[in-house]
Design a protein around this ligand. Structure first.
Ligand code: F3S
Length: 399
């Protein structure tokens, strides 16, 4: 059946006509409108959704109203997880968050809970039980996770906004266009990686440089060496922040890289580019707030931090952002006790960007993520770009 340019099945048409309730109808209207704009021929079923637009700082009261309306009869039809909120859901008082903000943030969370969304509050859903397989169609709304899912997992998603991801959850569908189609997953630029890369921060800087250059293209990194989860996570986030990248390939690493770069334009990434990008990301100055975990820390990163903080005391506010799931694994492994003895804080459910830290009076933030630098600068803050080790050392007053 087709009432628009987008072909719908009888079930989808029923949703559009309201036979599956108000929330499904509103959602299908959003998806059909999107499909028409992008020329989708039909809808495709999705197996997984990641919803962004969770922090009250970004949603405001209008967002709560929108969610509460949908929650009257809407329900997630597929596995649906949630991006970070504007505060730790249980530890917000120790983060200095005000009661009024906290109350509204908890209203947002409650609306998502009623919609059947898992209150995971992490931007690394793939580390917290939402890890789609190769070739699966999904609808994810966190740009760093979108890049990771398309590139590293080989799943297929566009860069969804909060409403379109939620609409996909409430219908189990998304319009078939963009990165769901083979033809849009082909490299548009070949990056000859000449710089010697080591830390995840090197990958973060490279992602920031390349994202700016290729904008919403698909870079192919010619570099036949293994890369760790942490390096790929950092690269994904940076590519999506300086540019509109939704997918990359890396020779010998990502599953679709075997297609090669074809005749894509060649771009070098040199040692000088790496050095210059890092320098440009660093505003210098003495930080009064230090935060790592953008995207949220893996257990390996938490283990490294426990080693660096063991037997030391932090002298500055130091947040370690990670999912509740990673935090639980850290508890079991004994890392949490070591870290908390140092005075550092776990910031589960949130991060330095979506929490209202500018209202907490901090002026200079240190972080190990180019993405965090990008957004914190946009919020008017001065930012240091350091490695994970430098952040931990700086927090404990060591060089
Ligand atoms: Fe995640 Fe916050 Fe960074 S949502 S990717 S830690 S800006």
């Amino acid at each position: 059946m087709s009432r628009s340019g987008v072909r719908l099945t009888a079930e989808e048409e029923g949703m559009l006509e309201g036979r599956a309730g108000h929330a499904a109808q509103k959602s299908m209207e959003i998806l059909v409108a999107l499909g028409e704009i992008y020329g989708a021929e039909r809808m495709v079923r999705v197996t997984s959704v990641q919803v962004s637009g969770v922090s009250y700082k970004n949603l405001g009261d209008a967002g709560i109203e929108f969610l509460s309306e949908l929650a009257k009869d809407g329900s997630a039809r597929v596995k649906t997880t949630l991006n970070p909120a504007g505060m730790s859901l249980t530890g917000w008082r120790s983060q200095g968050i005000g009661g009024a903000f906290a109350a509204r943030q908890l209203d947002v969370i409650e609306a998502y809970r009623r919609l059947g969304v898992e209150i995971s509050c992490t931007c690394t859903p793939y580390l917290a039980g939402n890890e789609p397989g190769y070739g699966e169609h999904i609808a994810w709304g966190e740009s760093s996770a979108v890049v990771y899912a398309n590139s590293v997992l080989g799943a297929r998603t566009n860069r969804e906004g909060g409403p379109s991801a939620l609409a996909a959850s409430l219908t189990g569908r998304t319009p078939l266009y963009g990165y769901h189609l083979d033809r849009n997953r082909v490299p548009t630029a070949r990056v000859d990686v000449e710089a010697r890369l080591g830390s995840p921060e090197d990958f973060s800087a490279m992602g920031y440089f390349v994202g700016k250059l290729v904008k919403d293209g698909v870079p192919f990194f010619a570099r036949s060496r293994p890369a760790s989860l942490e390096q790929l996570k950092a690269l994904s986030a940076a590519l999506a922040s300086s540019g509109g990248v939704a997918m990359f390939h890396m020779e010998g690493v990502t599953p679709e890289a075997k297609m090669g770069a074809g005749t894509a334009e060649r771009v070098p990434f040199t040692a000088e580019d790496l050095r210059e990008t890092k320098a440009k990301l660093d505003d210098l100055g003495s930080p009064d707030f230090i935060s790592v975990g953008c995207p949220h820390c893996s257990l390996d990163e938490v283990r490294t931090l426990a080693g660096l903080l063991s037997g030391r005391r932090v002298t500055k506010e130091f947040w370690i952002c990670c999912s509740g799931q990673v935090k639980r694994l850290s508890d079991e492994a004994g890392y949490t006790a070591t870290i908390e003895r140092s005075g550092a804080k776990f910031a589960t459910d949130t991060c330095m960007v979506v929490a209202p830290i500018e209202e907490l009076g901090y002026k200079v933030v240190a972080t190990n993520s180019a993405k965090a630098v990008h957004y914190l600068r946009n919020a008017g803050m001065r930012v240091r770009f350091l490695t994970l080790e430098e952040c931990a050392r700086g927090a404990t007053g060591r060089k």
